[in-house]
Design a protein around this ligand. Structure first.
Ligand SMILES: Nc1ncnc2c1ncn2[C@@H]1O[C@H](COP(=O)(O)OP(=O)(O)OP(=O)(O)O)[C@@H](O)[C@H]1O
Ligand SMILES: [Mg+2]
Length: 460
């Protein structure tokens, strides 16, 4: 193994930890290769044959498999196929003896990343394995970015509660018109999701959906960002640029956090809503071809009252208002959402779906979720990353939830216009939670008979 002796001049960049699986039936080879890659700072797994190699690949995340081509039993090409089937992202580098190069070329066609010829040279195997690892990480990153993008664009709205269904009904009805929609509701209740949903159900669904977070863009450039600018219209405007109104042409423009708009930009938006046209900074009037959906977690009518938001703009925006209900007002959606996010995040973290025992689910249902669905999503994502067991336990939850006492709320919230029957239902159910299921006490508190409780809940 002379040619495997170290040469001091190989300097390879140290990246994140790479796991390489080395497969060779020659034990002395295996030992020297193990040493070489360990010195390179890699994690090394070794196998004397294909069977052992596959077992290891099943149990560990392996970036690169370095395998001998000629082995008794399963040879390198067969192992390559099996590895690719088991973990398509892993890259395979083959070691070939003199005279077997043709087989190696054939193996490349089967998806091998590279081959190195024996006698082995330290420099070339290290280089080849590093390059294979680099490619592997690019492919893996690409895949996860694609998954993330899909998560962002293809999100379904989960929930069966009457409160959510009512909101979806209004959005569905409003979608086909080009009327402006104002989405209200606390942070994390799904306003952006509703905006995308409304767009997707509208006649403009073939066009773009462009979102602008009005509070994230500095006031000084917001106007140019929204309406675009001509070349030379201000210092730094070296070229002409389209704004978001132009980018959303034929589609929907989602103005998020609209409550944060400065008075100057409020006037400009009002003009688009009233006249259907706008001017890029330093440019001529353009006809606007967008449907506007606006959202805020502020109480806009209070902002109007306080003189911070233009009343005329408020009325223009408020043609169809939809209020996304807070999660605590639709606790029956919690289990469905938990299940939905477990599906997404366990898959993303390459693990089996976590089990959620009844008492843990009860804890999650009882919690008040001030950050609404976004908070719940974060809790599940965190659990999918951190939880070491197959079952989610109460101690795995963030302290704020684990320690929350399960006293039911002493007040209830209803959106104006909630059907009386639903108000009654929820009031009765929450009172029963308060009395821990004691129906006669609940009846007493509500000033009705126990029979009425049964009847109202449809349990007669
Ligand atoms: N009913 C739902 N089903 C599935 N996912 C949901 C639902 N509601 C909200 N989400 C998810 O919760 C997160 C927060 O939702 P979104 O960004 O739409 O909230 P928001 O009301 O716009 O919040 P903010 O006011 O903070 O901007 C997103 O990841 C979204 O996909
Ligand atoms: Mg939002």
């Amino acid at each position: 193994m002379d040619n495997l002796t170290e040469s001091q001049d190989v300097v390879m960049p140290a990246g994140e930890e790479i796991t390489v699986l080395v497969v060779d039936d020659e034990l002395s080879n295996l030992a020297s290769l193990q040493k070489i890659f360990q010195k390179e700072g890699m994690r090394v797994l070794v196998a004397e044959g294909a069977k052992q190699a596959l077992e290891l690949a099943r149990r560990h995340r392996v970036q690169v498999v370095l395998t001998d081509l000629m082995m008794p039993g399963t040879n390198g090409v067969e192992l390559l196929r099996a590895i690719k089937e088991l973990s398509p992202d892993s890259e395979v580098v083959l070691m070939t003896a003199y005279g077997t190069v043709e087989t190696a070329v054939h193996a490349m066609r089967e998806g091998a990343y590279d081959f190195v010829e024996k006698p082995l040279k330290r420099i070339s195997i290290v280089k080849s394995v590093r390059k294979a690892a680099e490619k592997q990480s690019l492919v893996a990153e690409n895949r996860s970015l694609r998954q993330e993008l899909q998560l962002l664009t293809n999100r379904e709205i989960v929930g069966q509660s009457p409160a959510l269904r009512r909101v979806l009904d209004i959005a569905t009805q409003a979608a086909p018109s080009s009327a402006t929609v104002l989405l209200l509701g606390e942070s994390g209740t799904g306003k952006e999701l509703l905006a995308r949903y409304t767009h997707s159900k509208s006649g403009r669904s073939g066009g773009p959906f462009i979102a602008v977070n009005c509070s994230a863009i500095p006031e000084s450039i917001l106007e140019a960002e929204l309406f675009g600018h001509e070349k030379g219209s201000f210092t730094g405007a070296v070229t002409r640029r389209d704004g978001r109104f132009a980018k959303a042409k034929g589609g929907t423009l989602f103005l998020d956090e609209i409550g944060e708009l400065s008075p100057a930009v409020q006037v400009k938006i009002l003009r688009v809503l009233q006249e259907g046209e706008y001017e890029p900074v330093g440019g001529n009037t353009i006809k606007a071809d967008v449907r506007i959906i606006a959202a805020t977690n502020r109480d806009l009518s209070a902002e109007v009252e306080a003189g911070r938001f233009r009343e005329d703009l408020y009325y223009r925006l408020n043609v169809i208002a939809v209020t996304a209900p807070p999660l605590r007002a639709r606790r029956e959606d919690v289990p469905l959402l938990v299940d939905h996010f477990l599906g997404i995040y366990c898959k993303k973290n390459h693990r089996a779906r976590l089990e959620v025992p009844e008492e843990v689910m009860a804890k999650l249902c009882d919690y008040s979720w001030p950050g609404n669905v976004r908070e719940l999503e974060n809790v599940i994502e965190r659990s999918a990353v951190l939880c070491r067991t197959a079952t989610l336990r109460i101690e795995d939850l963030p302290d704020s939830i684990a320690r929350a006492t399960s006293t039911p709320p002493s007040t209830l919230e209803f959106a104006l216009g909630t059907p009386l029957e639903e108000v009654e239902h929820r009031l009765i159910r929450e009172t029963l939670r308060h009395t821990q299921g004691d129906k006669s006490l609940a009846a007493q508190l509500l000033g009705i008979s126990t029979r009425t409780i049964y009847r109202k809940l449809g349990e007669e």
